[in-house]
Design a protein around this ligand. Structure first.
Ligand SMILES: N[C@@H](CCC(=O)N[C@@H](CS)C(=O)NCC(=O)O)C(=O)O
Length: 201
């Protein structure tokens, strides 16, 4: 049996979305980041970082949301994991790119503009993160002029991983990036995405 550790209100959101895309049944340890359960020796034995998400797939323990989604899609022979080696490499490229260029930056930007109580927001953090977010959005916009989805004409793990990580961008006006905006809407309108999102909102 698959168990997902981590609340939809965390980076586990993208894993829950992927489980939905694959139609997987799973048990859920619905824990928020830094919840006491994530700090126990038992959980640290699964994820030494004490972070979520982690999965336990019949005893196989895996952390890192991007790696989890790639593993699950491969394991279940999903068309979301392309058959072609070069397209597989592009899934890796986009997943690693997002982790490097946007994953923390988008969270910082949204937290310090709207999500945190006004008194806790820091304008310098918002400005510094936007300086990285905006060019990354430009990169996505350019890529999406060349293809319908991130990798050609089929929806793949790359779309789940990048759009899933951009959940916070759903609250940003993306009018300056129309293709990114349209792609985000197409990704987040998928039934599995909507179901995952509903667990958070
Ligand atoms: N790169 C990791 C990041 C995991 C991560 O930072 N998770 C956050 C919640 S979204 C967490 O558990 N934070 C707790 C902490 O920082 O102690 C992934 O994508 O899975």
């Amino acid at each position: 049996m698959l168990r997902i550790y981590g609340s939809a209100n965390s980076r586990a959101l993208r894993v829950i979305w992927m489980a939905g895309e694959l139609g997987l049944k799973y048990e859920h340890s619905d824990w928020l980041p830094r919840a006491p359960e994530t700090q126990t020796p038992a959980y640290r034995a699964l994820n030494a970082n004490g972070r979520v998400p982690t999965i336990d797939d019949d005893g196989f323990i895996l952390s890192e949301s991007m790696a989890i989604n790639i593993y699950l899609a491969q394991k279940h022979n999903s068309p979301l994991w392309p058959a072609n080696l070069k397209q597989q490499a592009l899934v890796m490229q986009w997943s690693l790119w997002e982790t490097d260029r946007l994953d923390r930056q988008i969270v910082d930007y949204v937290r310090h503009t709207v999500a945190l109580p006004a008194a806790e927001r820091k304008a310098d953090i918002a400005a510094a993160s936007w300086k990285q977010v905006a060019p990354a959005f430009d990169v996505l916009e350019t890529s999406l002029t060349e293809s319908t989805w991130l990798i050609g004409e089929a929806f793949t793990v790359a779309d789940v991983n990048v759009a899933g990580a951009l959940y916070r961008a759903l609250s940003i006006d993306l009018g300056k990036w129309p293709r990114l905006d349209h792609w985000m809407k197409r990704c987040w309108e998928r039934p599995a995405a909507k179901a995952a999102r509903a667990m958070r909102e």
